[in-house]
Ligand binder design. Structure first.
Ligand code: HAM
Length: 440
């Protein structure tokens, strides 16, 4: 049936590159989130939440007007008032806007974290989506390399707690100040002017607007034209070099291993001095799991006062893919529930609810499902197994209620071991021995 041009019988699908996270997968996310929360809190970072939609200007002025993200990937539209707004493609810009707007950056130091969906209209593939999620941390008001190192340490601790340390490598680079890069860009443009014939359209377009982005080109011809190009490290100022040297010394003392990669420039314009990426070869083409660096100029650029800043963001989907493929998620984290109450026979609802409630009260960490929809013993047991529970509690009565139910059964769904409990009030206590001490 078609009404006003809409086929009302057609099933609607999610938008390409935007994923549903189904309950089984959500357990993997929750596991990762719980570790992330613990780690950032152990470093004294506090959560900040800011909107998904912001003025488009915010992203143009921070990420940079001549970047892939802003030029090709933003979800921008005029809202009903005619204001041009965008879905956030990353979190740093919104975090700075919010922190500055509410005075958190005025003569203060801040250690903040956030999490949430980001949107980039990229070509979807494994590990690359149009709606994806990031965990990020941002630290404000601290110069000197100690805070860069602290932020890197947070990520390193996260990998350690997730069992991923051996699969990730840290690449770092010093990209100097905005002035250094301006001089470098001029030198690069001058160099490329002699090689125009060897460049592709993309590179020719960027030669004057943002020549550094040409350094990431995947085109072989362009790459070979770049072989003798001037190097950014020759343009970096002395203060930056000192900062970077100290940062490397500190990382070495803390035994955080890193590789220097002087081709690493990152796709966002707001960085200065130290930038880095954690990459893995366990994910195929989308190997960057975390990226970050220092961005001392951004607060000022967005209208605030000069404020030093640094941070990183992690791609949650990529980390989940990694954890899953390497089998690093503990089985206990993937269990949706622990106890399933099988309720067979007439008028047992109120007994069943009180037993379930008593178990929940005694063991707040256990998940307890109370069967709700009737049915035979066998079909309920099947549901108990399918629920992932480790223990079934069976309450059963023949016929209608005449006397209160006395007896119940506890059955291990791991090995079938059973125990009869002669008074249902004792079920919560008896259930404890079906779980390890650490589980209840
Ligand atoms: P970014 O490198 O653009 O940096 O993104 C950080 C991480 O987000 C990437 O390393 C990747 O894991 C993930 N990611 C990016 N795009 C996608 C996508 N299309 N699909 C799936 N995952 C993706 C930033 O966003 C900066 N705001 C990081 C930062 C914070 N710098 C300083 N503070």
């Amino acid at each position: 049936r078609v009404i006003s041009g809409i086929n009302i019988m057609e099933k609607l699908q999610a938008i390409r590159g935007m994923n549903d996270i189904l309950p089984e997968e959500a357990l993997e996310w929750e596991y990762l989130e719980s570790i992330f929360y613990r780690v950032v809190k152990s470093f004294g970072y506090r959560e900040i939440r800011f909107p998904i939609v912001e003025q488009t200007q915010l992203f143009k002025r921070s990420i940079g007007a001549v970047t892939d993200i802003v030029e090709k990937e933003m979800y921008s539209f005029d809202d009903r008032n005619g204001d041009n707004v965008s879905l956030r493609p990353e979190g740093t810009a919104g975090c700075v806007r919010a922190a500055d707007q509410h005075g958190l950056l005025y003569n203060q130091q801040q250690r903040l974290w956030y999490q949430g969906p980001m949107f980039r209209h990229e070509r979807p593939q494994k590990g690359r989506y149009r709606q994806f999620h990031q965990f990020g941390v941002e630290a404000f008001g601290m110069s000197g390399p100690a805070i860069d190192v602290e932020v890197i340490q947070i990520s390193a601790m996260l990998w350690k707690d997730l069992g991923l340390t051996q699969y990730l490598k840290l690449e770092i680079n010093n990209i100097g100040s905005a002035q250094d890069r301006k001089k470098y860009a001029q030198a690069l443009t001058a160099y490329l002017s002699g090689k125009v014939d060897e460049l592709d359209d993309d590179a020719r377009n960027r030669m004057h607007s943002n020549p550094m982005r040409i350094l990431d080109s995947k085109n072989e011809a362009v790459r070979s034209a770049l072989v003798d190009a001037p190097k950014l490290c020759d343009f970096v100022n002395q203060d930056s070099k000192t900062h970077f040297r100290k940062l490397k010394e500190l990382l070495t003392e803390l035994e955080v291993q890193f590789i220097e990669n002087n081709r690493l420039v990152r796709g966002l314009d707001y960085y200065n001095n130290c930038v880095y990426e954690w990459t893995t070869d366990t994910l195929g083409a989308q190997g960057a799991v975390c990226g970050g660096g220092r961005y001392d100029g951004l607060v000022r650029q967005l209208g605030g006062r000069e404020t030093e800043a640094c941070g990183f963001a992690i791609g949650i989907e990529r980390l989940v893919l990694m954890l899953r493929s390497l089998n690093k998620i503990p089985a206990s984290a993937l269990r949706p529930t622990d106890v399933y109450l099988v309720v067979v026979g007439g008028s047992l609802e109120s007994e069943a609810f009180s037993v379930a409630e008593a178990i929940r009260e005694k063991y707040p960490h256990l998940g307890v499902i109370c069967h709700c929809a009737g049915g035979k013993f066998n079909s309920q047991m099947k549901r108990a197994y399918n629920s992932g529970a480790r223990v079934a509690v069976v309450l059963e009565r023949d016929g209608e209620a005449t006397v209160p139910l006395m007896e119940g059964k506890i059955r291990s769904l791991d090995d079938g071991a059973e125990s009869i409990v002669t008074e249902i009030d004792n079920i919560p206590e008896k259930i404890g021995k079906f779980f390890g001490n650490s589980e209840v």
